[in-house]
Design a protein around this ligand. Structure first.
Ligand code: SAM
Ligand code: SF4
Length: 335
């Protein structure tokens, strides 16, 4: 496919080949780090992209060089037309993947396989049923845990996302790593990030360095293998020698990976975000609905991308509520 113009390259020389599409603002869980307790203001249904619009926008990105699309949300699997969205996107020349909380994923095994989805990221923040209930505000641990095994048995490449919070689940880091002894999964410890309404502060976060302190305290140095990170990887990858799976740390707060960022995000109401941390958005849906080309808007949005974390290039700026509270809640961005 010939690119007319490299509209997906920013002024820092980064090419954006990866699009994350949020399909829905709603969720069947209520993770406290992701959404405020009182919920979020939902867009009216007519403001959300239809499956045809998702396909049209995705096609434009693919024409300009996107080769990977990840579906996210809210919870993407609660969208009623998810089978047709998967089918339409699977017809494009992309690697299609999904992020899900895995609560109802057992109902979608066939449709995911049929549409070539191989990589699935699931969220599981605690191996303790009560703690899971506390953090997600829903009693769904058993099914999520069972579904993790089901996905592995069904041959998917499974990554398990764990958002770490101080004095809540940091004492489970080694339990999670021990899961990788037999299971061929990658457990990814994510530094808790600030978004509107999630009551973030630095002291609640468990840093990359702190995770490694736990790891070094439990395994001998020669058994901790640093793995080669994939190009554009957001995580620092490790493995315990002889274990089937691996673990990684996503350190967006203490050690951002912006230099190699290749991601763009499309929200469920058709806004393009050039960075997870950026408070500015570009309205693709209104332009698409007006029958005009969305390419100039994409180009402008990509050009405006800051070098580091939506302009919050220091930890001081990231800690400034005025700056990060202008951003949406994570549930309406999609991770
Ligand atoms: N519902 C799906 C899920 O939970 O995987 C997809 C959407 S969720 C917003 C995507 C990812 O964002 C999840 O792995 C979640 O743990 C992560 N996430 C949400 N809020 C976060 C925060 N404040 N800091 C770090 N990661 C966060
Ligand atoms: Fe829902 Fe995922 Fe956010 Fe949890 S992290 S509330 S599962 S969207």
């Amino acid at each position: 496919m010939k690119h007319q113009q490299n509209i997906l390259q920013d002024t820092h020389g980064r090419d954006h080949g990866y699009l994350r599409i949020s399909l829905i603002e709603r969720c069947n869980l209520r993770c406290s780090y992701c959404m405020p307790e009182e919920g979020v203001q939902l867009s009216p249904k007519s403001h959300l992209m239809t499956y045809e619009e998702i396909y049209e926008i995705a096609k434009t990105f693919v024409k300009h060089g996107v080769t990977k699309i990840r579906l996210t949300g809210g919870e993407p699997l609660i969208r009623k037309d998810i089978p047709v969205i998967l089918e339409k996107l699977a017809s494009l020349p992309v690697e299609l993947s999904i992020s899900s909380n895995a609560v109802i994923i057992h109902k979608f095994i066939d449709v995911l396989k049929l549409n070539g989805v191989k990589k699935i990221n699931i969220s599981l923040d605690s191996l303790d049923r009560e703690k899971f209930k506390h953090i997600t505000r829903r009693d769904q641990f058993d099914i999520v845990y069972k579904n993790m095994f089901l996905l592995i048995e069904e041959g998917f490449n499974v990554k398990v996302n764990v958002v770490l919070m101080k004095d809540f689940n940091d004492n489970e880091i080694i339990d999670f790593i021990n899961l990788t002894k037999d299971l061929p999964i990658s457990v990814r410890f994510i530094e808790f990030m600030p978004f509107d309404g999630n009551k973030w502060n630095m002291s609640k976060m468990v840093s990359y360095a702190e995770v490694m302190n736990y790891v070094n305290g439990s395994f001998s140095n020669e058994n901790i293998e640093r793995l080669q990170d994939a190009p554009n990887d957001t995580s620092k990858n490790y493995k315990i020698s002889g274990y089937n799976g691996s673990f990684a740390i996503i350190s967006s707060v203490t050690n951002p990976f912006c230099d190699s960022c290749n991601r763009l995000r499309l929200t469920a109401n058709g806004q393009l975000k050039n960075c997870l941390f950026s408070s500015s958005e570009s309205d693709l849906l209104t332009t698409l609905r007006a029958g005009k080309s969305i390419e100039p808007i994409i180009k402008k949005a990509v050009e405006a991308k800051f070098k580091v974390r939506g302009g919050m290039d220091t930890l001081e700026k990231l800690q400034e509520p005025k700056l990060h509270n202008n951003n949406r809640s994570m549930i309406t961005i999609g991770g």
